[in-house]
Design a protein around this ligand. Structure first.
Ligand SMILES: Cc1cc2nc3c(=O)[nH]c(=O)nc-3n(C[C@H](O)[C@H](O)[C@H](O)COP(=O)(O)OP(=O)(O)OC[C@H]3O[C@@H](n4cnc5c(N)ncnc54)[C@H](O)[C@@H]3O)c2cc1C
Ligand SMILES: NC(=O)c1ccc[n+]([C@@H]2O[C@H](COP(=O)([O-])OP(=O)(O)OC[C@H]3O[C@@H](n4cnc5c(N)ncnc54)[C@H](O)[C@@H]3O)[C@@H](O)[C@H]2O)c1
Length: 512
């Protein structure tokens, strides 16, 4: 089976993904574990400075100058300014902030974006982009190594090998390229890129600056917080960037271990198990909950285990809580990043680190009131920790501040290699809202193209005439899911037949 096999779903949950951070896991770990050194070759580890400091590299995109230091509109921190430097200031130039900025310019807003590290944030520099570049390599390696698969296509391939540095460069180069594209797109559209850590001083007022430079204060009619997230590391675990690493380090592929423990079998753990095993490592998963991939729909999780875990050099310990490790990749979730943001200046208290927002991404203060003109999008609000969700939330906010009321339908946002609304949650929703949920399945065995590509296994799952969710497991799942996503966004019912024709869905019993 090729590693391009992936999991997809379109659907959301009323339970924010943030509930998954370890602090709130609803269980008592059954077996605490102290993992010893697990086969990482120390001499092969070439990390230099791998501090978790969030702002390691600064792009000199805009050098703070004294002339901009105090805005003409500066007043006391507590009261709103009377005139503004910008229509919109976005704090954080990840994909969320970038998406919002582009849409704001399209809508005619004078826009600035404040970035404390590098443009592109997690997704471009330490997330989706380099990880998908590595997955592209592992997919090809696996395919080339599959004699059976090659023979079936009539191909003959001699032993497949790889150059670690070449693979690492591929991921790094792709990240640089996309980072440059994002930066250039902002500049080309006239978005001011302000370099430094942004701190909210009061209503509609932000300061930013770099260590050693004087602060600059800018004002805006509206402010969007888009400060993202960083790896969550359980208490007691010390990340040194050498033998105990997070995805931030692993994505640089500075070594390929003979054997590696991956703590956490969620999205990141699963993706890295794919990369490492394709490149020759053995993997041991340590998962705190009682099953692998507990965040996935149970049925899809089982399928994934059968296809992506069991046939590979992977063993696992479930129900084991890693509290001290000596060598491992820590993939135990993401924590929102709000350090230094100055939320205390506007009476906002985070909830398990996340910035509280309503369904329109409007920030809620400690007294439960909306903070005027302040929004939070992306990983920092914990609604859905996905790149395209961050961007969609940003666009939704811009729609609102330019006069069009808009509520993003999170139920239509697809996730690849992840499952948002799981069948137990769909059933729960049905019970709460008093409707029946039925499940329909089909197999890619009935799909000619899938068979032509020698992938005969797949599962599609629509619930009720109103499509509640679709899960796809199989070749190109991440591409196919978008049709379902569009259907959900448009409120298409299964009877409309689009998905039926395409995927041979069975009509759910409750559809009428
Ligand atoms: C290994 C990995 C793989 C992933 N793969 C996928 C995937 O395949 N698909 C997917 O949809 N999602 C994926 N994700 C998740 C995705 O990366 C995030 O959901 C997305 O990056 C969130 O975007 P954001 O704009 O909210 O935050 P971020 O991308 O984290 O950006 C926040 C930005 O704000 C800056 N910042 C923070 N505080 C301040 C401040 N006070 N002042 C100024 N700047 C500040 C940061 O430096 C950063 O640049 C992956 C994540 C990881 C870790
Ligand atoms: N393809 C994609 O869409 C994609 C890919 C990668 C990451 N992401 C995003 O990044 C986020 C973070 O991914 P992730 O895999 O780190 O988080 P996750 O929440 O998906 O999985 C974390 C896993 O670690 C386990 N865990 C937590 N603490 C533990 C401990 N002390 N010992 C053992 N197990 C423990 C949890 O039970 C869980 O199974 C995801 O929520 C997702 O939104 C998305």
């Amino acid at each position: 089976m090729q590693s391009s096999f992936s999991l997809s779903c379109s659907q959301a949950t009323t339970v924010p993904r943030s509930n998954y951070t370890f602090d709130s896991l609803p269980f008592a770990p059954s077996k605490p574990i102290n993992l010893r050194f697990c086969g990482l070759r120390r001499e092969a580890l070439g990390f230099s400075s791998l501090s978790r400091s969030h702002f390691r590299r600064g792009l000199q995109l805009h050098t703070p100058t004294r002339s901009k230091r105090i805005s003409a509109s500066l007043v006391d921190n507590g009261s709103p300014p009377k005139s503004f430097d910008y229509d919109l200031i976005i704090i954080g130039a990840g994909v969320g902030g970038h998406g919002a900025a582009l849409h704001a310019v399209e809508k005619g807003l004078k826009t600035a974006i404040i970035e404390g590290d590098v443009v592109g944030g997690t997704c471009v520099n330490r997330g989706c982009v380099p990880s998908k570049a590595l997955l592209a390599v592992s997919g090809r390696m696996r395919e080339l190594q599959s004699e059976h698969h090659m023979k079936a296509l009539g191909l003959q391939v001699s032993a497949a090998g790889y150059d670690r540095q070449g693979v690492a460069d591929h991921a790094n180069n792709l990240a640089s390229k996309i980072r440059n594209n994002l930066t250039n797109s902002l500049k080309a559209l006239g978005v001011d890129i302000l370099t430094g850590v942004g701190t909210i001083l009061g209503p509609q007022k932000v300061k930013y600056g770099k260590a050693g430079f004087p602060d600059n204060i800018v004002t805006a009619k509206d402010i969007i917080i888009a400060t993202g997230s960083v790896p969550f590391v359980p208490k007691g675990v010390e990340v040194d960037g050498k033998t105990v690493i997070t995805s931030d380090h692993a994505l640089k592929l500075e070594f390929v271990p003979d054997w590696i423990v991956i703590v956490g079998s969620g999205y990141i753990g699963l993706e890295f198990s794919d990369v490492y095993t394709a490149l020759g490592s053995e993997v041991t998963f340590v998962e705190a909950l009682d099953q692998l991939m507990p965040g996935f729909d149970p049925e899809i999780g089982k399928l994934a285990q059968r296809v992506l875990i069991n046939p590979r050099k992977i063993d696992y310990h479930t129900g084991v809580f890693a509290s001290k490790v000596d060598a491992a990749l820590i993939a135990t979730g993401r924590a929102p990043f709000t350090n230094g943001l100055g939320l205390e200046n506007i009476n906002v208290v985070t909830q398990r680190g996340f910035v509280p927002v309503d369904e329109r991404m409007r920030v809620i203060d400690a007294d439960g009131n909306l903070v005027p003109h302040l929004y939070c999008i992306g990983d920092a609000n914990g609604k859905m920790m996905l790149a395209h969700a961050a961007s969609a939330q940003g666009i939704s906010v811009v729609e609102q501040i330019t006069g069009r009321d808009h509520v993003l339908n999170h139920l239509s946002i697809p996730a690849a290699c992840s499952l948002i609304l799981k069948s137990p949650q769909a059933r729960e929703k049905g019970e709460t809202e008093a409707f029946e949920v039925s499940v329909a399945k089909t197999s890619f065995k009935a799909n000619t193209k899938a068979l032509a590509e020698n992938e005969g296994e797949g599962l599609l799952r629509p619930d009720t005439g109103e499509i509640l969710g679709v899960h796809i497991f199989g070749l190109h799942a991440a591409d196919l899911i978008h049709e379902a996503s569009n259907a959900i966004a448009l409120g298409t019912r299964i009877q409309a037949g689009v998905l039926n024709q395409k995927y041979h869905f069975f009509l759910p019993e409750t559809a009428n």
